[in-house]
Ligand binder design. Structure first.
Ligand code: GLN
Length: 457
């Protein structure tokens, strides 16, 4: 099959099916077919990479030269970047065919994809039972699109759980790499010290292929790390005998329903059959993660989002009276409720009188959380836990209660504060809805995580 035929098939399916899910914000049909044609020519000339001619999609947070990049916001509804993110550029160079941009929570703030200016996304698994359920967020479009087989893989980002939580709720596989492994250049910033690009795909093997293209040092990102990139597919079949698994006791708490816990424990038993050893470990400061995150992430967001002022790019209000009116009305009209809430919280936490009490304190807690992970990885190779406390909830169920929504990430957020890599891997069902097993590793252990996930699949 040629790439043009393959691309056309995916585009046809996308056009037929996505009205049910709303997983795409923009479909770039013409560009995709032109890229597929170019890929076929490359293949014929013997210049193919594993990605040449393969369709995929980008989360609408990655800047795409000449293609609208909205970040799920009215603020960027008509923003067409004049440059590519490094991640975008890498896929282009590998010859992959981008079908479009996937839906997401506004500025990646959310756990349900309901804060998108372009409407909520519907979880394909919920729909298969006749129910309207969330796909998770903020990478809900990427997860739903992969789950509904509209694309084989999609890029995603994770600041507090936004790759792993939607992957879990949609029954697909997601990887958040080590902070600094994937360039953030051209990835619209939410909380810069936590944001990390990664992927959502059906399997660990597909994730390995994605990471092969995404990972690597980038001089344009000052927090990118200069370390060699292994071939992540090379070690997928290594035996797991002797793998030391730790189960953090704080992640098997009352928040977890017995049915969820049983699925996760069953998955761990499979690992024991593959020769792994299992012991209980402790992350004593994990309980502080949500509180620390909801100071640090809004603080960084309030600074990052100050650039949306109606002057340089993005939305601008009609007929501003003066400069102040331009700023205030542009931001009042351009940002949604959750984004405004974060800007207010962040500005407060950073203000002169409260900086020490909130921001500085949260940074100290962050260091304690990081130390917990460093300590446990002296005893075990990987940690395993549920990705989420429960399966996909109903659309609208948590929109009026931000704190309940924030608790969705209770098992994922500490990992971002520490900067270590983690995956979510499908591990069965509860009430017909998918459940995710979270596998967490030490810094730069992506190959080991992918190996462990692949052996389970
Ligand atoms: N749900 C978390 C938040 O709303 C995490 C989002 C993310 O990882 N981008 O901030």
């Amino acid at each position: 099959i040629s790439s043009v035929e393959l691309t056309q098939q995916f585009l046809d399916r996308l056009k037929q099916e996505d009205s049910k899910y709303n997983s795409f914000i923009t479909v770039t049909e013409e560009q995709a077919l032109a890229d597929a044609q170019a890929a076929d020519a490359q293949r014929a000339a013997g210049n193919a990479t594993p990605w040449t001619g393969i369709p995929f999609a980008h989360k609408d947070i990655f800047c795409t030269n000449g293609v609208r990049t909205t970040c799920g916001s009215k603020m960027l509804e008509n923003f067409v970047p004049p440059y590519d993110a490094t991640v975008t550029d890498n896929f282009r160079k590998a010859g992959a065919v981008c079908l479009g941009k996937t839906n997401m929570d506004e500025f990646a703030m959310g756990s349900s994809n309901e804060s998108s200016h372009f409407g909520a996304v519907t979880n394909p698994w919920g729909l298969s039972k006749g129910e309207k359920r969330v796909p998770g967020g903020s990478s809900g479009g990427s997860a739903a699109a992969v789950a509904a087989r509209l694309v084989p893989a999609a890029t995603a980002t994770d600041t507090g759980g936004s790759i792993r939580q939607p992957a879990a709720l949609c029954g697909v596989t997601g990887l958040k790499p080590t902070y600094g492994r994937v360039s953030r250049y051209g990835m619209i910033a939410f909380a810069s010290s936590l944001d990390q690009g990664g992927a959502i795909a059906r399997t660990a093997e597909d994730n390995a292929l994605m990471l092969n293209v995404m990972a690597g040092f980038d001089p344009k990102d000052s927090t990118s790390l200069d370390r060699a990139v292994p071939d992540y597919t090379a070690t997928l079949n290594e035996p797991l005998k002797g793998l030391r698994i730790g189960l953090p006791k704080e992640y098997f708490s009352d928040q977890l329903s017995p049915a969820m816990e049983e699925q996760i424990r069953a998955a761990v038993r499979e690992y024991e059959k593959l020769g792994a050893t299992v012991k209980e470990v402790s992350l004593p400061n994990a309980k502080l993660a949500i509180a620390a995150y909801y100071v640090i992430a809004p603080a960084e967001a309030s600074a990052n989002l100050s650039r949306f002022d109606g002057v340089r790019y993005g939305y601008r209000c009609e007929d501003p009276k003066d400069l102040m009116d331009l700023y205030t009305r542009t931001r009042a009209e351009g940002f949604g409720t959750e984004v405004k809430r974060r800007i207010l919280v962040g500005t407060y936490a950073l203000s002169a009188g409260y900086f020490d009490a909130y921001y500085l304190k949260a940074q100290k807690v962050r260091r304690l959380i990081q130390q917990d992970f460093i300590n446990t990885f002296k005893e075990v190779d990987v940690l395993m836990s549920p990705t989420t406390p429960s399966p996909a909830f109903a659309l609208g169920e948590k929109t009026n209660d931000p704190v309940t929504m924030y608790l969705e990430d209770i098992f994922t957020i500490a990992i971002n504060l520490a900067g270590v890599p983690a995956m979510s891997v499908p591990a069965g069902f509860v009430d017909g809805l998918p459940v995710g097993l979270q596998i967490i590793g030490d810094y730069f252990s992506e190959a080991r995580l992918l190996n462990a996930a692949h052996q389970f699949q």
